[in-house]
Design a protein around this ligand. Structure first.
Ligand code: ZN
Length: 142
């Protein structure tokens, strides 16, 4: 599926568009990563090229566990973005103390529970305007 750029809901993930492209490259390989500040050592979510704690712009990549637990969730039945089938379960997933806003794929909306264990399952979305694959963080119930 392709989109006109004006209504493209997904980030441009390639190196020419974002210095956080490593996040998406690792995600495409099934790894969840974030940034650790090169100044103060703080690990943040989402990944950032600029530290909110000490204002450093030095950072390194660190992998996070590929599993977490549902901290909160909601179910969307209507108004879904193009390309998404409903109902869609959105969840805040706790991973190593970080709260990650994400999609739960393949979940029965009536069976999702807070505290439930989930595993990383990156979701491929529409290719970017140059045809490069793009990925979003997503989880599936284990
Ligand atoms: Zn810092």
């Amino acid at each position: 599926m392709s989109y006109f750029r004006a209504i493209d809901p997904f980030p441009l993930e390639s190196a020419e568009h974002t210095k956080l492209h490593e996040f998406y490259a690792r995600l495409a390989g099934g790894r969840l990563a974030t940034t650790r500040c090169g100044g103060c050592g703080a690990t943040t979510w989402p990944p950032r090229g600029f530290c909110p704690e000490c204002a450093s712009d030095r950072f390194e990549w660190v992998d996070l566990p590929a599993e977490g637990t549902v901290h909160a969730f909601t179910v969307q039945d209507a108004g879904l973005p193009a390309g998404f089938d409903g109902p869609r379960v959105f969840a805040i997933v706790k991973v190593a103390g970080h709260r990650i806003f994400s999609i739960l794929t393949g979940a029965d909306p009536g069976a999702v529970r807070v505290g439930q264990r989930v595993a990383l399952a990156p979701l491929r979305v529409a290719d970017d305007p140059r045809g490069h694959p793009r990925w979003l963080p997503a989880f599936r119930v284990t």
